[in-house]
Design a protein around this ligand. Structure first.
Ligand SMILES: [Zn+2]
Length: 256
């Protein structure tokens, strides 16, 4: 079961099958229909590949520093990712089962790589944050992650006011409220979230004067946010599924 969910989180599964971000079909056949080259910088070349889903016909866009030879025959490209790219380091082993790691950007971003039991709006923002981070766009990455945190608080129905008198709850107090709500989740995660600087009580009041996080801060925070989302939206469902399966095994059986 865990093998399957790992596959579901990948974008490209092999030289000719992928999880389509448009029709959401898993393991659907794709075809590389176009490719191009541009200079990312003076020193670095970047290779782009357009992939077409055989299910829905939509085309997605993928960038890599690797140059696969795209030869054309019988009216189509011949699965270029089947063999290693031309500029692949000799000392490394080409791992087609981990094709995703040879790409640094996809559009649409692979938001399905985040468990779909997490609300879509949050998933999309986390995927966006991940995508920006891969490109080293830390302002975009920080902005998307901050927004994701606000959407998460909203989805959890975190109150904005303390009491009838209308005193407002600060961001830290909101996180504390969540910590008390989810007592099964390790408190350290919430403490980490609570320590984020410049967060405000509501997304509406988010002004643009915050500092983007450094790479290290961002990596730590996104890992924390993903862990919290997993604990809150995914694990309880998995436990329920497990319980149902166990109970079904026991139907009609008497245990001595
Ligand atoms: Zn598709």
């Amino acid at each position: 079961m865990s093998d399957q969910s790992e596959l579901d989180r990948k974008y490209l599964l092999s030289h000719d099958s992928f999880n389509c971000p448009f029709c959401n079909r898993r393991s659907v056949v794709y075809e590389v229909v176009d490719n191009f080259l541009f200079d990312w910088s003076e020193e670095r070349k970047c290779y782009g590949y357009i992939i077409k889903c055989s299910g829905c016909g939509n085309r997605s866009f993928h960038l890599s520093y690797y140059n696969w030879i795209c030869s054309y025959g019988n009216g189509r490209y011949l699965n270029p990712f089947r063999s290693e790219p031309q500029n692949f380091p000799d000392e490394e082993e080409y791992q087609i089962e981990h094709l995703d790691k040879y790409f640094f950007y996809h559009h649409p971003t692979s938001f399905f790589t985040i468990d779909d039991r997490i609300p879509k709006i949050i998933r999309e923002l986390i995927a966006e944050a991940d995508g920006c981070r891969k490109m080293n766009w830390l302002i975009g990455a920080s902005g998307a992650l901050r927004k994701g945190i606000y959407k998460f608080l909203k989805d959890q129905n975190v109150p904005h006011v303390k009491d009838d008198k209308g005193g407002s709850l600060s961001y830290e107090e909101q996180i504390k409220w969540l910590k008390n709500k989810h007592t099964l989740v390790a408190g350290e995660y919430f403490d980490a979230l609570s320590n984020i600087q410049d967060m405000v009580s509501e997304e509406l009041h988010e002004d643009k004067d915050w500092e983007p996080w450094t790479r290290e801060e961002f990596d730590y925070l996104i890992a924390t946010v993903k862990a919290v989302l997993h604990e809150i939206y995914v694990l309880p469902e998995e436990r329920k599924g497990m319980l149902t399966r166990v109970l079904q095994l026991g139907v009609g059986k008497k245990v001595k």
